[in-house]
Design a protein around this ligand. Structure first.
Ligand code: ADP
Length: 540
């Protein structure tokens, strides 16, 4: 028997129309170089309509890629809805990537229009001539300053003269709405193409009470950039529920963030651990300076949340940080640190340990861990293997990419992360598959060793890599950066971690380096170290 429901397409214009109907009086606030900018959802939606008109008159058609090169602002957010709601595809370029990566990405995606922040023009102009498919550049002006016509069109002038378009063309829910490239720690960045359906379902799941729990009452500050995996879906979630939105622009210093939380009575913040750590430190150094009592939820992801940060925020400000795991390839919500009734049965220490894990799978997302032969591993919180994931907002192939054959295994996306899953279902990341040290058929977590080494007071940074070994295939080599003025020996390092690990986990050698190389987005670039030390001679 067939169900007798309407064939309703899950597309972004549904969200936009909901905002027009229901959220008109809610506010959208942005920090811009010219000061704070405020308007209502009503004005937002009207400008989205104008932008649709403007882009149509410039020749943008369904399926075309329209790129942004911008910080989080109301204008960037206007493009976020205008482009998919005309059947075109918004492609958010990561302004922090190396210029050659941006060129590669824009050309690979065949972007036809780019909208750029005036403040980013000095960077953008250096690559402009290499963007082979871009026909139009539109500039978000630095308020009050005219846009040089030789550089691009003035966004505000375009909007002022545009004929608004209020309706969307028919859009298939499986059509592309947005694109984002991974930051590419290995090889060229890979393009992920999000469908309308994936984004809508992701949004429905994200706002759930056991997930972000975002509501119309919330005042949401998205520090996570709009170019970073759809800002974790926060913009769509906020539009669905009519939350007040706060866009910080490029003002991401802890003092800026703290004052925004106070002045806009922020209830919900999303940002990577580095930014939240800086915020926490700043608040601690300036007791009583800011009233952040409105704050209820902080969501972190993209990297592991440090224990001291989660513990400290709870202790000092009464706010639990929620730890989420995801990837550009998973839209990005994979797992979320939701609370479960079972948490209440735990001691404070056990509860913290559980909250520090990466959380439980989002509804409709399935996760599993497999060993090197692809065999599924038990959910005992101990066995670790490659994390694989599937679900309605998980990538099934990269855009025009020769590497697609390796991306999936039996319909599961191979994340490249190494993890455990405990009997309650909590995911805990252990390492990356390419970083884990493969010693005699067993895996050693480079991350665990690094974290332990970095607890030594004389150590500034440490990266552990697997280096070829005649008997064991690979053995761990610790690359350590000492604090200025500190001298340490390999023996000091090993002695400091000895009691924490089985003997066969301990690095066979320690080498001292000046700095750990970093990728364009600030993660340890171990491929550089592996190349540098590939011929390392092990001590006898
Ligand atoms: P990002 O730009 O956030 O790094 P990517 O898609 O480039 O997004 O990288 C995703 C990777 O980031 C994951 O595969 C994982 O290795 C890491 N990651 C994401 N969330 C977490 C987390 N909560 N804890 C530890 N690592 C994480």
């Amino acid at each position: 028997m067939q169900g007798l429901m309407m064939d309703w397409q899950l597309t972004l214009p549904n969200l936009l129309e909901r905002a027009r109907m229901l959220h008109g009086r809610r506010e959208i606030v942005s920090r811009t170089p010219a000061g704070m900018h405020r308007y209502t959802y009503k004005e937002y939606v009207e400008r989205v309509d104008r932008l649709r008109g403007a882009l149509t008159s410039l020749g943008v058609r369904p399926g075309d890629r329209v790129a942004t090169f911008a910080w989080n602002s109301y204008r960037h957010f206007e493009v976020y809805f205008a482009v998919p709601c005309m059947g075109a595809v918004i492609h958010t370029l990561n302004v922090r990537l190396f210029p050659e990566q941006v060129v590669f990405i824009a050309n690979h995606a065949e972007d036809s229009v780019v909208l750029v922040d005036a403040t980013l023009l000095p960077v953008f102009q250096k690559i402009r001539s290499q963007l082979t498919t871009v026909k139009q550049v539109i500039v978000f002006p630095d308020d009050g300053k005219p846009v040089d016509p030789a550089v691009g069109l003035d966004y505000e002038a375009l909007l002022a003269k545009a004929e608004p378009i209020r309706t969307a063309p028919p859009i298939d829910e499986n059509a592309a709405a947005a694109m984002c490239y991974t930051s590419g720690t290995t090889g060229n960045p890979k393009g992920v193409v999000y469908s309308h359906r994936a984004i809508v379902l992701h949004t429905l799941a994200a706002v759930g009470a056991d997930m972000m729990g975002l509501r119309g009452f919330d005042s949401m500050l998205a520090i996570v950039p709009l170019f970073h995996a759809n800002a974790w879906g926060l913009p769509y979630a906020a539009v669905m529920v009519g939350a007040k939105m706060i866009w910080p622009g490029h003002f991401l210093q802890p003092a800026d963030v703290s004052s925004l939380i106070e002045s806009e009575k922020v209830t919900f913040v999303g940002g990577v651990p580095t930014i939240i750590s800086a915020l926490y430190q700043h608040l601690g150094e300036n007791p009583g300076r800011y009233d952040i009592s409105s704050l209820q939820k902080i969501m972190v992801g993209g990297a592991a949340c440090p224990r001291s940060l989660m513990e400290g925020f709870r202790r000092d400000f009464g706010v639990w940080i929620t730890h989420a795991w995801g990837m550009t390839e998973t839209s990005p919500l994979g797992t979320f640190g939701n609370e479960r009734p079972q948490l209440l049965e735990l001691s404070p220490e056990q509860e913290l340990n559980t909250r520090l894990k990466q959380g439980l799978p989002a509804p409709f997302v399935e996760i599993r861990i497999v060993d090197a032969e692809g065999r599924e591993l038990p959910h005992d919180g101990v066995a670790f293997g490659e994390l694989q994931v599937r679900g309605p907002w998980v990538v099934k192939a990269y855009h025009n990419d020769a590497r697609n054959a390796e991306a999936l295994m039996d319909g599961w996306f191979r994340t490249g992360d190494v993890a455990t899953i405990d009997p309650e279902g909590y995911l805990q990341l252990v390492d990356r598959t390419k970083d884990v040290v493969k010693s005699g058929g067993e895996w050693i977590s480079s991350v665990d060793l690094e974290n332990a080494i970095m607890m030594h007071p004389g150590v500034l940074e440490a990266a552990v890599i697997g280096v070829a070994h005649p008997i064991w295939q690979e053995r761990p080599l610790a690359c350590v950066v000492t604090r200025p003025g500190v001298t340490l020996t390999a023996g000091d390092i090993i002695a400091s971690i000895k009691s924490r690990f089985a003997t066969w986990w301990l690095p066979n050698d320690v080498t001292f380096i000046d700095a750990v190389p970093k990728t364009s987005v600030g993660k340890f670039d171990k491929k550089v170290l592996r190349e540098q030390f590939k011929d390392h001679r092990w001590p006898e």
